[in-house]
Design a protein around this ligand. Sequence first.
Ligand code: NAD
Ligand code: ZN
Length: 366
Amino acid sequence: KRVNVALGDRSYDIHIASGLLSLAGGLIKPILKQQRVFIVTDENVAKVHLGTLKAGLATQNIEAFEVVLPAGEATKCFAVLESTIDQLMAQGADRNDVVIALGGGVIGDLTGLVAGLLKRGMRFVQVPTTLLAQVDSSVGGKTAINSKIGKNLVGLFNQPEMVIADQDVLQTLPVRELRAGLAEVIKYGLIDDLSFFEYIELNAEKLNAASPEALAEAVRVSCESKARIVSEDETERGKRALLNLGHTFAHALERANGFGPALLHGEAVGCGMAMAMRYSQALGLCSGQEADRAEKGILALGLETDVRKLAGGPYEANALLEHMMHDKKAEQGKLTLILAKGIGQSYIEKQVDVEHLLAFLKTETA
Ligand code: NAD
Ligand code: ZN
């Protein structure tokens, strides 16, 4: 399966199928000027999938250099950015070379930035190995590291040459990471695709069991959805904000939790989307039936939708509101949120009343 991200002369393909790691050599060879690549990965992924990728490259006589970084969000920092660049230079990487990001969103975000900076820009390929990375972070060209002030503050828009998403690699993913990725999958259904939401309802069990066929279909539709939205609004001046459905709530939950390991981003997004639907219902925008159905869909993926039961709590209404206003600067008591008129009917609401939102958060956390 192939999905094209249409961005004029920076357009690229997302290849989606089980077993692609072994075929990566054939996919990448046409873009190489020298028969070698530089792989950046993390130590967890290196253990289970680096060998398969290297074997796939070797079938086409492509030499592979590698940089193996520590796993985890802390890797998205200036120190690792610098050491990665130093290691690539020491290995002789030059402007004509291609860097491969083999890993989850952390490796993809960091490597995309490294590739954008090194020698004023090298080409790079995304080989996402988490579900979140396959449906979200590897597509769209946002790259970044974190600064002391906050997450993703230092980065570039930098599109890859191609994305290779192999669903076999998802077999080794810890179950919590799989579910966190499923939150971003169901997000695309909730944003603007009722029939995809129905597909997820019908296949929740298979998706939870990491069925490669069900995942490949889910990744395909998710990537088509993200590709379409990104093509229309690459730098997030408008429609791309829809991808933040549930995310302002989620960021508040993550922040209240101190971004600790108790709560993964996707877990927060699952709960955040349910909150967005319930708040839409509270505003009379969508029916209780639709909000309940959305919540059931999220629950069926093994995610939590009740703030009171969510890991990392207890969460407190005033603190959550403060974090939400920090996340999206409130102006004159009004906040921008992604709300929905139903499943698959989300929109950007710029006039959310902060006082009213606080009352809602109190009912959610009481
Ligand atoms: P991650 O990269 O930290 O991966 C999660 C964990 O799974 C890590 O411990 C990793 O080593 C391990 N892992 C990865 N693949 C594995 C596999 N196949 N088998 C076993 N273990 C594996 O986290 P993530 O959830 O993929 O990405 C989160 C990051 O993505 C955040 O930094 C976030 O800011 C970023 N992000 C970026 C965008 C974007 O548009 N650029 C979008 C969403 C999220
Ligand atoms: Zn997200």
